[in-house]
Design a protein around this ligand. Sequence first.
Ligand SMILES: [Zn+2]
Length: 407
Amino acid sequence: MLVWNPIDSFSGNSTDPALTAQRPCPVCGGDNPLSVMEMRDFQFFTDSAVSPKRVELCEVQCDDCAALYLNPAYTPYGFQTLFAEAGCSYGATAGRPREQLDWLSERGLLHPGKCLLDVGCYDGRFLSLLPATVRKVGVDIDKPAIERGRLHYGDQGIELIHGDFDSFKLDRQPDAITMFHVLEHLPDPLATLRNLRKLATSLTALVVEVPILENGFTNDINGFFSVQHMTHFSRRSLANVLARAGWSIEERLEQPDYNGCRVLCRPAPETDSVKGATEDHATLAAYLRHHRDVVEDVQRQLTSLAGAEWILLWGGGLHTELLYQLTDLFRAPGRRFLIVDSDPLKQGKSWRGIAIYAPEILRVEEWGETPLVISSYGGQNAIHDAALQAGFKSESIIRLYRKFRVY
Ligand SMILES: [Zn+2]
């Protein structure tokens, strides 16, 4: 028996002040944040009467150096609680290992005998792809991932350390350090970069890749201000935080097909002054205009639902919470919803009171006429195909994005 519920029909969700904490600007250390955008009562994944999963999300811009960051930021307890259902935490999903390896190799960083340190190594899967002649060390704060990695890769000579990025130590100085899509997730990127500087020789190469504002003009409602990121770098704020930690940029590459700005840095004297970033103000204004247009576009795709009383959603993740926060999909009185999601972690649970089922429950003879909203950006095409295959008519399937780009 499938249960169709109205939105917010579960009353047990809660928040906890310990989930987040105020912090100074992660780039310049200043304390003059100006609000850029806010989402109230943002819910992280499924309903829970036990675990607090709601927070006020506030993105700010530093009035001193123009850096963009989440403030308050998640505490370690907050990160663990809010992202428990998110799957693996850092760049392990970024998945461009072949290109990354070739790039490192072309710069001589994978020569026999070199020591490479991967910061935010998750379970060591990236290290496991490096040549056998490279000495491989990885560090991560995710203890279960490190333990799994030790079991899995321990006999391949990969040394995996469970430690805090800001204070872990090594018994050997690395020739190269990699951080692919990690820095944007950290509460104190400056402290991490300073610790890496301490571990480095005068010749160590540091390779950092992060998404940047300048290339963040996507047509996804999730946009550049991903709730998973604690600092939203620009070219300038990335250079500023590196300079303050004693790293100077020698080479820069901006990926053409996804938002990754890669820099190769070498040790340099620390500087305490950050360069002004007036261009960041203009870029941010343009970005916010763009994002409003993206939301308006999605809202327009939803207008065909006017009058619909029963709505199926395919996708019960953060994208659905963003639809709740940014559009009027859930505001029509009397509407009832049902969610299907292929993630077994979500099935049998609910989101804001709406039950989540496995897609296999969809019986087209019963639901084929019910509008089906695809609530996913990256999965849009796959879900569309699966819905057609389940027998849904293409006119009852609502796609929210006319254009689609893989990141
Ligand atoms: Zn600042």
